[in-house]
Each structure stands twice: as C-alpha cells, then as structure tokens.
Write a protein that binds this ligand. Structure first.
Ligand code: FAD
Ligand code: NDP
Length: 378
C-alpha cells in the first residue's frame, strides 16, 4: 500500500535518471579493456562481465564518494565510480536524498534540499571526468593486487579503491513490525519520514517516531506538517540530539515525548490492514499502555554498508571499517575508506566530504608510490 519508491519522488527520479545515464555510459566507456581472467572458481563467470580497468575505483555515491571523485578526477586519475542502484534501499546520492533541508553545509546560507545538493555533487564529479555507473558492487577481491570490484554486469580491475558506501537506517523488530503477514512495515511503519510522511494514510492522524537523536527530532518536526499529533518515543530520559534540533522539536506544540519508553507491539486498524496503534512500555513503571497512531517511523541510527566486503577489510565490533587514525587507510594498503562507513562519531555530510578528500589525496600518493600509470593495472 505504501510503496516507498512511488511515494519518494526525489529517490524515484534519481534512480530513473541514473538508469538512463547507465545506458549512455555503458556505450561510451573509454576505460573498457580486457584483462586476463583469473583461474579462481569464485570469479569463473568473469567472461560474462564487461571488463574495465582503472587506477582508482570509488564505491558509493554520498558526499564522501563524490568529493573523492572530484579530487581524483581533477588529478587526472580518471576514476570509475559505482553509485549503486537503490543499494541498501537508498537512491544514488546516499542518505541526504532522504532528507529535506541541509542547513549546515558551508556555502549554502539559505540551506539546500538534500537531493539537490547530491545532484550538484554528482554533476561536479562528472564535470571533471568521473565515469559513473548506476550499479551496486556486490563483491570485491582485495586478496591480490591489482584489486577486483564486481557488479552484476561488470568487473573492474583497480590499482586502488575507495570504499564510501555509507550507512543505512536501522529497523526494530517486535510483534507487528515485520513485512506482509508479519506486520505493518510499509503499511504504516517506515524508516524514512521525509520519504513516506506525506502519504494519505498519515494525513491528520496521530503519528509516532522512535529515537532521541537528530534524525528523530528532524523526522518528528517534519511529520507535524501532516499528522494531527506526533509522539517521540525514547528509551531514555534525555535526548542525544543537538540542542538546536531538540529545541525546534520541543517547541512544536504538536509534539509530545514519551520518555523511558519502548514499543513492544504494533497492531492493525480493523479491516483496513494498516497500522492502528502501538503497545508502549514505560521502562521505569513497567506499565504497558495503548497509543493509537496511524504511523510509526524508526529514527534509531544506522548500520554501515560493509556486508559486500565479506570480511576482506578489518571492521570494528559494529561493522564499521577500521582506518588508521588521522588517515583513511584501511587494513589493506591501496584500499581507503571515507564517510559514514568508517565514522560512527561525527556522521555529517561535511565530515564525509572531508574524509573523501583525504582518501583521494592518499590514493593519489599511493599510486605514485607504486608507479601506477594510465592504462596500466598489472
Ligand atoms: P551515504 O550518504 O551514506 O551514501 C552512500 C551511498 O553509497 C549509499 O546510500 C548508496 O547509494 C551507495 N552504496 C552503498 N552500498 C553500495 C554498493 N555496495 N555499491 C554501490 N553503491 C553503494 N548531515 C549533515 O551534515 N547535515 C544534515 O542536515 C543531515 N541530515 C540528515 C538527515 C537524515 C534523515 C539522515 C539519515 C542523515 C543526515 N545527515 C546530515 C548525515 C549525512 O547524510 C551523512 O553523514 C552523509 O550522507 C554520509 O555520507 P557518505 O558519503 O558516507 O555516504
Ligand atoms: P543517532 O545514533 O545519533 O541516534 C539514534 C537514536 O536512536 C538514539 O537516541 C538511540 O537511543 C536510539 N536508539 C538506538 N537503538 C535503539 C533501539 N534499539 N531502541 C530504541 N531506541 C534506539 O542517529 P541519528 O540517525 O539520529 O543521527 C545520525 C547522525 O546524523 C548524527 O551524527 C546526526 O548528528 C546526523 N544528523 C544530522 C542532522 C542535522 O544536522 N540536521 C539530521 C539528522 C541526522 P540512545 O540515545 O539511548 O542511545
């Protein structure tokens, strides 16, 4: 009923545009070149893939990936960038495509819409010659140099790689939170208020947001445009959100907070098959109360997009890529990581862009050290 892609105009538009770009790029690719296929049974199907080679392959499409691409392209490294095709459910452009105004990136005194900002970053990457493919990287091989990066239709042999795949919103698991028969996911439950909040089923209805960070404040404030009332359900008695975001939410008369509270169940509205309400437990009194809402939005943080690395880079306990402090160097020389995929502390567009710049400069230095030249990868 609530189809995320259809209700998310910027994301749909971006995805369709990338698909069109893909057709153009596939036919004009200048870096296409054949290389000897490896004997490993894991990559035996390489004959079916279009082969490319490059000095630098960038994986990702947020501020980190595009900043890296702009620097690398201006340094004439002719980077190949895989921006993903709804990778982890997020459109090319990354997390900022799921938000409205970005007000804290320097240079935009009046703020800028998240998806518009990312369109501009992408245009700047293309302007300096980055070759962008709207494909998701599903496998890498960092065990030998040069490295290999795979999508469903392409295999890239690369002298260096920058991983900038960002992070993805977390979901909670309780009775009624699942998909289909398991619950009301996409039928009242969502992890993106900005994408789904305007749907008719939420109009003039009470809604709830779980979380206590900046996302929860932003999503709750945003939802007051549509809902009759917005409850923030938070497991502790204080928010971790920045003061300015907290103040904005708390001063909104439509927002109420349920402190020290967790959702233990979601139930449906009779006969309609959509969310009807929540059972909410107060962690201090242990009392479970009923909260009638038509929408529930998770805003409980993110998970780094590192599964496709299949353990080939050192990760920390929360699966973030480990980088050498003060650098973007990973456990594999020649592979660099930038943005939220290696940063669980700051997680901002400007810090992602900053580490993207660092990664490109470090990759350039590395390529000089190994004597990598244009058109030469082995
Ligand atoms: P991301 O933005 O996470 O993008 C990475 C992208 O790479 C993915 O989304 C996907 O499209 C692609 N990708 C992933 N895996 C693959 C793969 N295997 N192959 C190919 N491509 C892949 N920060 C601010 O500074 N100001 C704000 O106002 C602000 N608002 C925010 C609002 C919301 C709702 C959220 C969730 C975050 C907000 N942030 C804000 C944080 C900011 O969006 C992130 O810090 C920033 O986008 C991280 O950038 P990144 O380059 O690491 O990657
Ligand atoms: P955060 O990690 O900052 O916050 C997550 C929130 O969800 C916390 O309050 C946490 O509770 C709660 N939570 C986590 N797990 C659970 C769970 N299992 N059950 C219930 N609650 C849970 O994530 P955000 O997405 O809010 O922010 C991520 C980054 O993006 C931050 O750096 C933020 O500054 C940035 N951002 C910036 C914005 C802006 O500047 N305009 C807007 C949105 C995000 P607890 O506090 O108890 O740990």
């Amino acid at each position: 009923m609530l189809d995320r892609e259809m209700h998310c105009f910027p994301r749909l538009r971006n995805a369709l545009r990338r698909a069109r770009d893909l057709v153009g790029l596939a036919t004009t690719s200048s870096a296409a070149a054949s290389f000897t296929s490896a004997t490993s049974p894991k990559i035996a199907a390489m004959e079916d893939l279009q082969k490319l080679k490059t000095r630098l392959c960038i994986i990702g499409s947020g501020p980190a990936a595009h900043t890296a691409a702009i620097y690398a392209a201006r340094a004439e490294l002719e980077p190949i960038l895989f921006e993903g095709f709804m990778a982890n459910g997020i459109a090319p452009g990354g997390q900022l495509t799921t938000t409205t105004d970005v007000e804290n990136f320097p240079g935009f005194p009046k703020g800028i819409l998240g998806y518009e900002f990312m369109e501009r970053c992408r245009d700047q990457s293309v302007r300096f010659g980055t070759q962008i493919h709207t494909e998701t990287v599903n496998r890498v091989d960092f065990s030998t140099h040069p490295f290999k990066v795979f999508t469903d239709s392409r295999a890239v042999i690369a002298d260096s790689v920058i991983v900038a795949t960002g992070a993805v919103a977390k979901r909670l698991n309780f009775p009624g939170s699942g998909e289909g028969k398991e619950g009301f996911w996409n039928r009242g439950i969502s992890a993106c208020a900005v994408c789904d909040g305007a749907a008719p089923i939420f109009r003039n209805k009470p809604l709830a947001v779980i979380g206590g960070g900046d996302s929860a404040m932003e999503e709750a404030t945003f939802l007051t445009k549509y809902g009759s009332k917005v409850y923030i359900i938070h497991r502790r008695d204080e928010f971790r959100a920045s003061k300015i975001m907290q103040n904005r939410a708390m001063s909104n008369p439509k927002i109420d907070v349920l402190w020290n509270s967790v959702v233990v169940e979601a139930y449906g509205e009779e006969e309609k098959g959509v969310l009807g309400g929540l059972k909410v437990k107060n962690l201090v009194s242990e009392e479970v109360s009923d909260l009638k809402v038509s929408g529930l939005f998770f805003a409980i943080g993110h998970e780094p997009a590192t599964k496709f690395l299949d353990g080939q880079l050192k990760l920390d306990s929360e699966k973030y890529v480990v980088t050498k402090p003060g650098t973007t160097q990973t456990s594999v020389p020649g592979v660099f990581a930038a943005g939220d995929v290696q940063d669980k502390k700051y997680r901002q567009a400007v810090t992602a862009a900053g580490t993207g710049c660092m990664a490109a400069l470090e990759a350039e230095h590395y390529l000089q050290e190994i004597g990598s030249q244009e058109g030469k990868s082995d």
